[in-house]
Design a protein. Sequence first.
Length: 230
Amino acid sequence: MSKVAVILAGGLGTRLKPYTVTIPKPLVPIHDKPVLEHLILALKKHGFSKYIITLNHMSSFIRAYFGDGSELGVVIEYSEEKKRLSTIGPLSMIEGLPDNFLIINSDVLTDLDFSAMWEDHIQKDNIFTVGTYSVEVKSEFGELVTNETNSIVEFREKPIMRRLVSMGVYMAKKEVLRYVPSDTFYGFDHLMLDLIDSKDFASTYNHEGYWLDIGRPSDYERAENYIAKI
């Protein structure tokens, strides 16, 4: 069965400046290839043969580099946003999406088993599956714990907490499109709230391996080190 991936590549890449002053973030080179090429090749290993890349900022650069995908042995199509539509809004612009498909940010590096996530989503018949990752969040402040009389019973110096976050990797059933308004700014946050409100709950697929969302120059350096080792 042919697998389809929608790659979200319309962002401005503001946080990654100065790397993104002259080129769009998906084309920022990591070691020997643009980050988006690394992503496509990783997905190809898991049977994804068709890619729909959503574009906005510096779109002509991305079209010129990847073309129709034939040089990578895949099929690439494009969906051009005329205005900013956030993460989920671009789906409203794409015709002919299959019953199930992957959605992924163009700046993700991960060793996630995409095939396993795909099968889990299909078997559980989820309307939407969110790839998740547990991250450590260190508080900037010392934490005071009090009892019912407001006496301090415990002090924690800048505690480290674990939080489950989205990896920017999703599996969707086509039915989710009924929540997505046409040609409107509509993000992942909007979809989560709408699904929770309707009790048409999204599910999670947790990953414990490597994951990096390349958003800042320090992340770029980490990405270089990761790619150099694989």
